[in-house]
Design a protein around this ligand. Structure first.
Ligand SMILES: [Zn+2]
Ligand SMILES: [Zn+2]
Length: 331
């Protein structure tokens, strides 16, 4: 099979991924072999490729928003028949026995596996995954449109859940790429008023198209105070202006796996019971709940498609704000 591998992280401008011919992987007893049709491009792939997330393997296939069809199941995998269309997300596997797994917080598992980081991912024609960690894809979504739901969508959904908003509340979204453009659709469905801060004008247009009541520059102050804000951009310098925009008691949620250092700020910005909370990964419950909701709303993802052969170009486009909505590789 064709697969992109990373052996030495480097800036994406140097095209660190290599396209190789590799054997199709064998599914383990509880795994399924998936023929991949599409794989979303996530900012985390950039962090892996550029080494901001420390390498876990000497060679890795990136990609963790995988949509494909089960070709074959391992000897003891009986959950889904061959031919089932499934998604494979970032949360590849959890241990099931640490205190976090046992208390309904498997997103914080002590011994997790992550797709495209600790185990091979979806920038390839085939991959394998444990049957308990794949999601059936609702019928209403084409492969390419479904891919961004699997990380951008699920993580944005978890951020919204943790932001604890009621209908009519004000939500700020900082950074408006793949996650932001899905998150706003859920927030609008839940009748929240959305204000978007993003540095790219075309992203502001997309935000207004999707129902934002205001869209401004990266650190512009929204015209109304916010009940909660979510920062999707990996930029720590957004934290003080986002705190500044919150009402008393407001929640600031950090949605990224990596962020540049957060500058110091005066205590009054966080006083009056404002809070800052990061989001790490997701539980399977988040994933299943979100996929159902996505079909119900229904979420419409805006995708920019790249052939599998253009993985390096796709990552470059992502890094330089060149993608409207979400980037997806097509096999
Ligand atoms: Zn665990
Ligand atoms: Zn991701």
């Amino acid at each position: 099979m064709k697969a992109w591998t990373l052996t030495k992280p480097g800036t994406v401008e140097t095209n660190p991924l290599e396209l190789r011919e590799l054997p199709v992987p064998e599914p383990g007893p509880h795994e399924v072999l998936v023929r991949i049709n599409a794989c979303g491009i996530c900012r985390t792939d950039l962090h892996v490729t550029e080494g901001e997330l420390a390498p876990k393997k000497s060679e890795i296939i990136p990609g963790h928003q995988i949509v494909g069809v089960i070709e074959r199941a391992g000897a003891e995998a009986t959950r889904y028949p061959a031919g089932t269309r499934v998604g494979i997300p970032w949360l590849h596997k959890t241990c099931g026995k640490c205190p976090f797994c046992l208390s309904g917080r498997e997103n914080l598992c002590d011994a997790p596996e992550f797709t495209g980081y600790t185990v091979n991912g979806g920038y390839a024609e085939y991959t394998v995954a444990h049957e308990d960690f794949v999601y059936p894809i609702p019928h209403g979504f084409a492969d390419l449109q479904a891919a961004p739901l699997l990380c951008a969508g699920i993580i944005g959904f978890r951020c919204l859940r943790l932001s604890d908003l009621r209908p009519g509340d004000n939500l700020g979204i900082y950074g408006f790429g793949a996650a932001g453009h899905v998150c706003i659709q859920v927030a609008r469905y839940w009748k929240q008023k959305v204000f978007v801060c993003t540095r790219e004008e075309k992203h502001r247009w997309l935000a207004m198209d999707l129902g934002a009541i205001w869209a401004g520059g990266a650190i512009d102050e929204p015209p109304e105070k916010l009940d909660a804000a979510i920062i999707f951009a990996p930029a720590g310098e957004l934290v003080p202006p986002a705190l500044q925009a919150l009402k008393k008691g407001g929640r600031l949620i950090l949605g990224g796996i990596h962020m540049s250092p957060i500058p110091s700020f005066p205590y009054p910005l966080i006083y009056h019971e404002r809070s800052i909370r990061s989001v790490a990964n997701n539980t399977r419950e988040d994933g299943h709940d979100f996929m159902k909701l996505a079909a119900l709303i229904p979420i419409r993802t805006e995708v920019q498609v790249f052939p599998l052969e253009q993985a390096n170009q796709a990552l470059n486009a992502l890094k330089h704000d060149g993608i409207r909505g979400a980037g997806v590789l097509k096999m």
